[in-house]
Write a protein that binds this ligand. Structure first.
Ligand SMILES: *[C@@H]1O[C@H](CO)[C@@H](O)[C@H](O)[C@H]1NC(C)=O
Ligand SMILES: *[C@@H]1O[C@H](CO)[C@@H](O)[C@H](O)[C@H]1NC(C)=O
Ligand SMILES: *[C@@H]1O[C@H](CO)[C@@H](O)[C@H](O)[C@H]1NC(C)=O
Length: 622
């Protein structure tokens, strides 16, 4: 670098300076070198007396243009003058008979001086001299940039955008500002001020401040500074980091909106109103409900559990602190509602049997609604007006009307109507009216009656006694009465339901079952499980009473026949007591009877097996 610089100097700046007579001295106009490096200053000369016949002197010019000698050489001696700033840092050598080089080590900023090479003939008759200016350079540190952190207002006149500093340069560097890629020129909207400080080291530091009028668009721009500084032989550039700025600008419009819930709003909702201006400047916000005049100094308002009265226009005004300009926006809040469903007739109604039921169902709402009438969870109509022809007891009961606003999920109301069908009692056929059960056991008899007005149920036994119902409860369509009846004998119990429109009865025939003692003993274990425990169930036990008697009778008959047979046989053997024809008929009859006996015996045996205790099979005994 240095060498190149010197070469450039040699080629371009060769200069002849003050030559008298025949002594000629040539030197470079300038030599450029970095601080701390080694500088070499050459001196080319021509003398009629040759090297041996010349006096060589190196001098420098102080800043006040005084000459100071630093080196002296003649035919006999050479010496460096003591006490100069260069003592111990310089050397002089001659590479040829006509070239001298002054070398300065560890170049300092103060070394930036003019150096003179002076050649004199020994006879002092002729002399010549030349000079070189030494330039010293120091590379600056990387520039630093600092933007305004508080934000820059568009309403200010040329506010400070940033400052840039570059330190420790020699010579003085220049700073150029850039907005995006374009260098900024000083103008009515841009001002740039530089301040140069000279450090104690002799180096320069430069601080530059950029002030500029900004528009809103500047928020998207970036700024930086560029430092240009000299080095030996050239000019170099170095950039700072990029910065961007926060631009503060007043709002020109403000908007207010419902942040949540999204979609249609209904009574009871929690509504969040938000307000924002399009500016970027500290400002105050006020939200106001125009209708009630209520207002809140905030940019976010939560309305809990809204009612219809909360609806209407909400405005938001924004006041920028700096400009005191107010802008306003508004929005309309609509709050939907669905009031309770009203059914007419209210609560309950009575419709004569076979007549028409008519009911209406309505609910006041801010939205379109849908109606559905339900009976036993099934939809039966989708009209406000419910019309049911030919009412029967089956159609009596609770009707539910559901009104919903489909636009808002879950918005629904319902009401019920209890419909009585007016008419004579109708007893719904009990499961069983013929039953039998053991003596002394209790049976539950149930009488389920439909009809309106609510029928009166009376229970009477066959002997005309009025019995008291165990329970009597109202049902949707009438009444249900239950009687606990103790069986003391075969009985008839009548359930009589009556109201103003007529009467209806149902008769329960109860047969009392008794056990023979043996049968009772042998069957206890097997029959307990089938004993009816509920009302109306007929006992499933086979009838066993009199079985013992039958067996006994059969056995007796067999014995009698056996005896009779023996007697007849005996008489037949003895003689002709009876007529021929009579005897034949009798025999026939007897054989028939015999057959019967056998059959009966077989039946009997089977039954005996079935009834055997502990499951043991008893072989048929003759
Ligand atoms: C600095 O600017 C001045 C004036 O424009 C110019 O003469 C000089 O050469 C510049 N220096 C550098 C290091 O660019
Ligand atoms: C500007 O600054 C912001 C915040 O410091 C940053 O997020 C953004 O990326 C910067 N933009 C540019 C272009 O430097
Ligand atoms: C049922 O009761 C009503 C009213 O008490 C009575 O008029 C009617 O005769 C009774 N019917 C029977 C079959 O007992």
């Amino acid at each position: 670098m240095e060498a190149a610089a010197r070469l450039v100097g040699l080629l371009l700046l060769l200069h002849t300076f003050g030559a008298w007579a025949n002594v000629k001295v040539e030197m470079e106009d300038r030599v450029e070198v970095f601080r701390g490096a080694t500088a070499q200053i050459s001196c080319l000369y021509e003398s009629p007396e040759g090297t041996g016949g010349t006096i060589i002197e190196w001098l420098y010019l102080t800043r006040s243009a005084e000459r100071r000698s630093i080196y002296y050489q003649d035919a006999s001696m050479h010496r460096f003058l003591p006490g100069t700033p260069f003592t111990d840092r310089i050397s002089v050598n001659s590479s040829s008979a006509t070239q001298l080089t002054l070398t300065i080590d560890s170049v300092r900023l103060e070394d930036e001086l003019v150096y003179i090479c002076r050649i004199t003939t020994l006879t002092h008759t002729e002399h010549g001299e030349g000079s070189t200016r030494l330039k010293v350079f120091a590379t600056p540190d990387r520039p630093t940039i600092e933007g305004t952190v508080t934000g820059i207002s568009t309403t200010e006149d040329k506010p400070k955008i940033a400052t840039c500093e570059v330190r420790n340069s020699f010579p003085r560097p220049n700073i150029t500002w850039y907005r995006n890629k374009t260098p900024l020129q000083v103008s009515s909207n841009v001002s740039i001020s530089h301040r140069t400080t000279s450090e104690s080291s002799g180096l320069y530091s430069v601080t530059s401040e950029l002030r500029m009028r900004v528009t809103k668009e500047v928020k998207n721009d970036f700024f930086y500074c560029e430092v240009s500084y000299f080095v030996p032989g050239e000019t170099r550039m170095m950039d700072s980091l990029l910065i961007n700025v926060t631009v503060l600008y007043p709002s020109t419009a403000v908007s207010i909106w419902v942040e949540s819930p999204k979609g249609k709003i209904k009574e009871g909702d929690r509504v969040e109103l938000h307000c924002q201006g399009n500016g970027n400047m500290p400002s105050s916000f006020t939200i106001m409900h125009e209708m009630s005049g209520e207002s809140w100094d905030t940019n976010m308002k939560v309305l809990q559990d809204v009612k219809v009265q909360n609806q209407g226009v909400y405005s938001c005004s924004s006041l920028d602190y700096e400009t005191s300009e107010e802008v306003r926006g508004n929005t309309t809040l609509e709050i939907h509602f669905l009031r309770d469903a009203v059914v007419i007739p209210e609560d309950s109604t009575v419709v004569p049997y076979k007549e028409k039921l008519e009911a209406s169902c309505n609910a006041v709402s801010s939205l379109a609604t849908q109606t559905v009438w339900l009976k036993d969870k099934k939809a039966i109509s989708r009209e406000h007006m419910l019309v049911v022809d030919g009412m029967t007891y089956d159609k009596a009961g609770t009707y539910v009307c559901v009104i919903s606003a489909p636009e808002i999920e879950g918005m629904e109301t319902s009401a019920t109507l209890l419909v009585h069908v007016q008419g004579p009692p109708e007893i719904m056929q009990p499961n069983v009216t013929e039953m039998e059960d053991f003596l002394e056991s209790d049976v539950d008899l149930t009488c389920n009656v439909r009809g309106f007005p609510e029928p009166t149920v009376t229970w009477t036994s066959s002997d005309g006694k009025v019995l008291k119902a165990a329970t009597q409860k109202q049902t949707e369509q009438g009444v249900q009465s239950t009687l606990k009846f103790k069986i003391v004998s075969d009985s008839t119990v009548v359930c009589n339901a009556s109201n103003a429109h007529g009467a209806n009865t149902v008769t329960f025939n109860i047969k009392a079952t008794t056990y023979t003692t043996t049968a009772a003993k042998t069957t206890t274990t097997t029959t307990t499980t089938v004993l009816p425990t509920k009302a109306g169930l007929p006992p499933k036990v086979p009838r066993k009473e009199g079985r013992g008697v039958i067996i006994a009778v059969v056995i007796i008959c067999i014995l009698l026949l056996a005896i009779l047979g023996s007697v007849l046989y005996f008489l037949y053997k003895k003689g002709k007591i009876c007529g021929r024809s009579g005897k034949q008929e009798f025999t026939k009859e007897k054989s028939n009877k015999d057959n019967t006996v056998v059959e009966m015996k077989r039946d009997n045996t089977e039954e005996a097996v079935l009834l055997g205790v502990n499951g043991e099979k008893q072989p048929p005994s003759d």
